[in-house]
Write a protein that binds this ligand. Structure first.
Ligand code: TRP
Ligand code: ZN
Length: 516
């Protein structure tokens, strides 16, 4: 649990426990269990995730038939109770549940909206591990992106399925504690009719043929946020290779993508090793044991997503407005940068999305520099100069954009600008120490903006609240003095001079009273 969400929770737990104590007698101490909360306390998405337990592992044994679009699954979940629970919730949207077991015994359940409430035969004691098995099925739910008619989630395609969405996707195809705060490892046993091929996060362990179906066994050992789990079903050209630095790669490109478009995609994917080397230089060691890409031929997919170890890309990133093939390297840079920021260091609450998108966009600026197309300072200045002060872009409070603006352009670009403003304020050495140290200390976990600010202050020894207030929480275009390194340098010298003056003054005063 991340600090802020966890603390809020413990408070709720304490209140609930106190309330129970008032009504319970000593004799029914056993009955002192509470229902797990139906959300983790995310300000933007109150019903996302659930309280009272912590998932360690999901095994998703699913069968998908592209002919009917039907998914039948058995989800086995290993978790630990963080309160003594009479019942607990999972998130699941749409699909029908036919059986639930907890620790091998039948459990009862109810459904309401995305909440699946499970009541085991006996309460689950705080601190104890437990297992849940859920048999479920149906046509998986898609999600429509707010303010558009674009579909995301578990999407049927003409030759299989693609699974990507943010924040909504996981609950559309498996029962889950659907919030990034509860990371878990995953194993996927995905059965498809012979001929179809399955790609997922992590490593392909095995393939098993039986009676016209093939089960693809994928394993993602490194703890992962729920929205980063993906399976892709189709006909793939698979390319397995290693980067020069030794990272195993598993790329899957839809075999229906051919010609000049295919050449552009292949050329970007071939540069993944080079891109990772640049990012390793900037951010520190690559956090996972495998990497690679999924590029489907889906024509109504307009996104890429940083699905852990194996981002999914719309082919559209390699097409210009007229539909001509173009270079798409920068999207690969963006999604690979998310492996550090977004995936390995995940959000504790969705409002801090700039921590993901700002870093991923900044990585694109580093790539621009690497490719000789201008320094981050130039890219920063160009964005700053280009967008007039009355543009709605500057009105977005990227430190808390709200659900409708969660993925607004400003979150990406002003997010990267914020990082660059930090770099200008603290200098290169301190900036890179902050970035690398942050990635290292938060590796495998979750983080908040407040923690990032505190960390940057600690590393630089500077007070940075004003800088972050200006860039993250003020719905206006920051003043030029807040952006130009020259302006900042001047400010720094002026401040240093003022400090020196007072030091000199103190010294002189001391001298005057004859202490030296
Ligand atoms: N995080 C994705 C990126 O920056 C973008 C994204 C936002 C997305 N919402 C999504 C992708 C929904 C797929 C579905 O690359
Ligand atoms: Zn992104």
């Amino acid at each position: 649990m991340g600090a802020s969400v966890g603390r809020r929770f413990r408070f709720l737990v304490a209140v609930a426990a106190a309330a129970l104590l008032l009504t319970a007698t000593a004799a029914d101490a056993k009955a002192q269990c509470v229902p797990g909360a139906p959300g983790v306390g995310d300000g933007d998405y109150p019903t996302y995730g659930n309280g009272g337990y912590d998932v360690r592992h999901y095994n998703l044994d699913v069968e998908y038939d592209p002919a009917t679009d039907r998914l039948d699954g058995e989800a086995s979940i290993k978790a630990t109770a963080t309160q003594t629970l009479c019942s607990f919730n999972l998130d699941l949207v749409g699909l029908e549940v036919t059986r639930v077991k907890v620790n091998g015994r039948r459990a009862s359940w109810t459904r309401s909206g995305q909440e699946l409430t499970v009541t085991p035969m006996r309460p689950l004691k705080e601190g104890r591990r437990f297992k849940v098995k859920i048999v479920y099925g149906g046509v998986p739910r898609e999600f429509i992106l707010p303010g558009t008619d674009i579909r995301t989630g578990f999407m049927a395609t003409p030759d299989g399925a693609n699974v990507l969405g943010q924040p909504e996707v996981a609950a559309g195809w498996y029962p889950v504690n659907d919030h990034p705060i509860d990371k878990a490892s995953y194993s996927f046993d995905v059965s498809v009719p012979d001929g179809y091929e399955v790609v997922a996060n992590g490593i392909l362990r095995d393939r098993d043929r039986h009676a016209g179906w093939t089960t693809w066994e994928w394993e993602a050992r490194e703890p992962m946020a729920s929205y980063l789990a993906t399976i892709a079903i189709g006909y793939w050209d698979v390319h397995r290779w290693r980067t020069d630095s030794g990272i195993p790669v598993y790329d899957a490109v839809d075999s229906a993508i051919t010609g000049a478009l295919r050449a552009e995609i292949d050329s970007s994917l071939a540069r993944q090793g080079e891109i990772l080397d640049l990012l390793i230089d900037a951010f520190g060691p690559y956090p996972f044991s495998t990497v690679g890409a999924i590029v489907d031929n889906q024509d109504d997919l307009f996104f890429a997503l940083e699905t852990q170890t194996r981002p999914v890309y719309s082919r559209g990133f390699w097409l210009d407005g007229e539909g001509n093939p173009v270079n798409g390297d920068s999207v690969v840079v963006h999604e690979l940068a998310h492996q550090w920021f977004g995936d390995d260091v995940a959000l504790a609450r969705w409002q801090d999305i700039w921590l993901n998108e700002g870093f991923a966009t900044y990585a694109e600026w580093l790539w621009e520099e690497y490719e000789g197309r201008g320094t981050p300072q130039q890219t920063f200045q160009a964005s700053y100069d280009e967008i007039p002060a009355d543009d709605p872009f500057w009105a977005v409070v990227i430190g808390d954009p709200g659900v409708d603006l969660l993925f607004d352009d400003a979150v990406y670009v002003r997010g990267a600008m914020t990082l660059h403003a930090l770099r200008n304020a603290v200098g290169d050495e301190s900036f890179w120490a902050t970035v690398r140290g942050w990635a290292a200390t938060k590796s495998g976990g979750n983080a908040t903006t407040e923690e990032f600010i505190a960390y940057a202050e600690e590393v630089s020894g500077q007070r940075l609240d004003e800088l972050f207030d200006t860039w993250l929480y003020t719905p206006r275009k920051p003043a030029p003095s807040a952006v130009s390194p020259a302006g900042r340098a001047k400010l720094r010298t002026a401040r240093a001079r003022a400090r020196a003056k007072t030091r000199l003054g103190q010294l002189q005063r001391r001298l005057a009273v004859g202490r030296y």
